[in-house]
Design a protein around this ligand. Structure first.
Ligand SMILES: [Zn+2]
Length: 137
């Protein structure tokens, strides 16, 4: 993030980044809801606070930003040009936590599904059809 933002601008940007209802998550939730799936949002009682928990199928869904979770290819997020070391550390920590949390969830007998931001941007309908197959199979 640039250092020349005002306090208000900064908090606005951060809330957009951290916001619980940032857009890809909302899109996926709406789709699932319209297709009859009932879920909990941001369940803090489970490792990694999954974005979506579908109790009927004992399934959790994470909607991951490609930048924050270092998706292969990084089509929609590149290493920042400034404070590079800081960000690399930060993102590596996210990835470590992801792996840990997915393992813990699997030990708890949850099916773990990751939906990537780029998949949503590239072909939302297709990704959602696949997602439903993954959930119900
Ligand atoms: Zn991606």
């Amino acid at each position: 993030m640039p250092d020349n933002l005002t306090k208000e601008q900064r908090s606005k940007v951060m809330s957009r980044i951290r916001g619980k209802d940032n857009k890809p998550e909302t899109m996926v939730r709406k789709y699932l809801w319209h297709h009859g799936f009932r879920y909990r949002k941001n369940d803090k009682n489970l490792p990694g606070t999954p974005d979506i928990v579908i109790p009927k199928y004992r399934t959790v869904v994470f909607i991951n930003g490609c930048f924050w979770h270092h998706h292969y290819g990084w089509k929609y997020g590149r290493y920042p040009q400034s404070r590079t070391e800081y960000w690399i550390k930060h993102i590596n920590r996210n990835v470590d936590n992801d792996v840990k949390n997915y393992n813990l969830l699997q030990q708890l007998d949850y099916k773990v599904i990751v939906v990537w931001e780029c998949e949503i941007r590239e072909d939302f309908e297709h990704r959602m059809k696949l997602l439903i197959e993954e959930i119900t199979q």
